[in-house]
Design a binder for this molecule. Sequence first.
Ligand SMILES: C[S@@+](CC[C@H](N)C(=O)[O-])C[C@H]1O[C@@H](n2cnc3c(N)ncnc32)[C@H](O)[C@@H]1O
Length: 188
Amino acid sequence: MKERMLFLEDIDKKDRNDGTEKLKRLRQIPPETGKFITLLAANCPDGEFIEIGTSAGYSSLWLTLALKPKGIKLKTFEILTEKTKIAKETFIIAGVSENIELIEGDFLEKHHDLKNISFCFLDCEKHLYEKCFDAISNKIVSGGLIVADNATNHYEFLKSMIQKAEKDERFDCLLVPIGKGEFLCRRK
Ligand SMILES: C[S@@+](CC[C@H](N)C(=O)[O-])C[C@H]1O[C@@H](n2cnc3c(N)ncnc32)[C@H](O)[C@@H]1O
């Protein structure tokens, strides 16, 4: 797994510097965010563990470090076929295919069967965060978490979702300045 993580970190770094077009870039979280979401997921209650925005599967690998020892399967959603191909390869090489269900398609069309969500890592297109929040907020179990990435570097895009969550009495919220900013919403 470590080898595949380093391989993807190298591609991500190159993508950011060589003008690779947005749809092809991996746009991964940095390692410290990976460690942070893993620690959070390890302490969430029973329920479904999901990720919105798989890309090449880098953040999914981090999450399996928390979930695999507990026998929990991650459900991760990715809209682009090209990305799902790379993610499948990632999961095979890292030996975690059995621990991850990769769902291809638009999360907003695919989420209907989810219930009792314990943990959600939200990392898709920023203009979709609020719609994703609306789709899942009532399905989060007590003590469960939504963790939204890019809350500081894309604050303006996320502002309406952040302000909505902060006013929502079902949640306690906090913006944590790790990586690109992780916005945490914990269901009371
Ligand atoms: C920032 S990247 C995810 C990076 C990944 N979480 C990581 O750190 O390794 C965002 C991904 O979300 C996907 N995406 C965008 N909109 C989506 C949607 N509506 N449903 C599912 N995936 C979506 C994009 O194709 C892209 O691969």
